[in-house]
Ligand binder design. Structure first.
Ligand SMILES: N[C@@H](CCC(=O)N[C@@H](CS)C(=O)NCC(=O)O)C(=O)O
Length: 223
């Protein structure tokens, strides 16, 4: 049995969860907080980051969300994450890298620090300047998602792909932290609603970070 080492607000673990659920790969969740300095977890991933996938019976360990998704893309044909020609796949990979790097660094990571880590572990108030900057940058990313979805059915082209799951995973954490402002982004909002109502998304909507409840609208698939 596969185990996914994650914590509920890790966007990269959410991306993996969406990919595995779409491919109907069974797995169990194993809570792991990277900042806990757990020796077992660090022995599985020396980088000390979630997500990590472990299949103890087969002696397999996979780390890094992109390596994990591409592994399952190779071993499980169902629900391709990187559909299409080599050029189409390169475009999907470009978008995934952009959401994993830029959207995470500009918006998700600062919000996680200010609204999750400071509240749960550091017992500090969020820095309003950091929150304002993240909100401003989020609008730039949503503008780009609007543009993509105005020109294609899905973010990466004509077919649903890992680009959609990578972006939705980041946005779902931002939404959990009550910082997803859709004003002026009807196209992006419509696309997110469709992704949010997929069966693969349902587990994400029920997972909770202890001590940090989401806003009421978070689990509402019509919100
Ligand atoms: N490129 C990695 C990024 C993973 C990542 O940054 N995970 C965060 C949690 S969301 C983490 O474990 N951070 C702990 C740290 O940086 O020490 C991936 O795609 O898996």
């Amino acid at each position: 049995m596969w185990h996914l080492y994650h914590f509920p607000l890790c966007p990269f673990s959410r991306k993996v969860q969406l990919a595995l659920a779409e491919k109907k790969v069974p797995f169990a969740l194993q809570l792991a907080y990277p900042w806990d300095n757990d020796d077992l977890f660090h022995s599985l991933n020396p980088a000390g980051k979630t997500p990590v996938m472990r299949h103890a019976e087969r002696g397999l360990t996979l780390a890094d969300s992109q390596a994990i998704c591409e592994y399952f893309e190779e071993v499980e044909q169902r629900a391709p994450l990187l559909p299409g020609s080599a050029q189409a796949r390169a475009e999907i990979r470009r978008l995934v890298a952009m959401f994993d790097d830029a959207l995470y660094t500009d918006v998700t990571a600062p919000l996680m620090h200010e609204k999750m880590k400071k509240r749960l572990f550091l017992r500090q108030s969020p820095d309003s300047q950091v929150l304002r900057r993240a909100t401003r940058l989020l609008h730039d990313h949503l503008d780009y998602i609007d543009w993509l979805i105005d020109n294609n059915r899905w973010l990466g082209g004509a077919q649903l792909s890992l680009a959609d799951f990578a972006a939705a995973a980041q946005l779902s954490v931002i939404d959990y932290l009550d910082s997803l402002d859709w004003s002026g982004h009807d196209s992006a909002r419509g696309w997110y609603r469709v992704i949010k109502s997929r069966p693969s998304f349902a587990p994400l909507l029920s997972q909770r970070m202890e001590g940090l409840p989401p806003p009421r609208h978070y689990s509402d698939v019509n919100a």
